[in-house]
Design a protein around this ligand. Sequence first.
Ligand SMILES: NC(=O)c1ccc[n+]([C@@H]2O[C@H](COP(=O)([O-])OP(=O)(O)OC[C@H]3O[C@@H](n4cnc5c(N)ncnc54)[C@H](OP(=O)(O)O)[C@@H]3O)[C@@H](O)[C@H]2O)c1
Length: 263
Amino acid sequence: MKVTLITGASVGIGEAIARQIAQQKENLVLVARSEQALQLLCKTLTQQFGIKADYITADLCKPESAEFIYQTCKERGYEVESLINNAGMGSGGELIMRDLQHELNMMLLNMNAMVSLTHFFLKDMAVRKRGTIVNIGSLLSFIPAPYMAVYCATKAFVRSFSRALYEEAKPHGVHVLLFCPGLTDSNFIQGSAVDEKTANALTAGVRAQTPEQVATEFIKAYKEKRKFAISGGFNRFGAKILSILSDATIAGQTAKTYRKRML
Ligand SMILES: NC(=O)c1ccc[n+]([C@@H]2O[C@H](COP(=O)([O-])OP(=O)(O)OC[C@H]3O[C@@H](n4cnc5c(N)ncnc54)[C@H](OP(=O)(O)O)[C@@H]3O)[C@@H](O)[C@H]2O)c1
């Protein structure tokens, strides 16, 4: 059976994307750690849209999870036509004050899991000469922001990886989309283990979208087979401004702004 696999689909942007994809009548395999949430979502989507929806629980920080997910799909007879690498976590605050294990887990989830899953599923897509890989980046992939240094670096990795992979995958008939949301009202801040003061300092004055708004923009880019899209007009405008500034200027100005707010 042909399926679309979405990681991080238990809540937030991934859940909203799953609903929109189900509306397109694509069968789904949803991945996250929270079994109950996945089970409930699969039941709802099956009833609401008449599709087949299944789930695999896995901790994507574990190096063996990508192969486990790939093998489970094989065993269940799924042909993954689209892979949406959405699962991710954030961070915030001064690196020396952060829990190192959190930062390393974030790197494993935001980068290693994405590369590993892509490695496994892209091979099969290349053989079939069709398929889509979507990587969820971030507006912050354009911003080397102090006090979010590791998170921004992981998303810069996602951006570079996806842009390059687009060209590698093209001769195999496989499409790659890099989709970048800006600040979104989800569980993301809670999952980032950031204290309230730091979270407020890092997000003050930034307009947030809802996961549903992000998913609506996502589905348009997905259906139009775009290679790159940023969610939200104000975020697209922000990215344009950022593109004319040097990394040093962006980092320097961002540091000044955040420092004032954190004091
Ligand atoms: N929210 C924002 O402001 C924002 C802005 C730009 C980009 N993004 C990106 O958008 C994506 C989705 O973020 P979100 O805002 O929807 O965050 P979220 O509400 O925190 O959801 C994160 C999802 O990832 C899953 N996940 C987390 N750790 C995992 C692990 N170790 N193994 C497997 N699954 C895991 C979570 O499920 P379980 O907890 O059940 O495992 C959940 O389904 C991320 O890549 C994020 O970097 C978010």
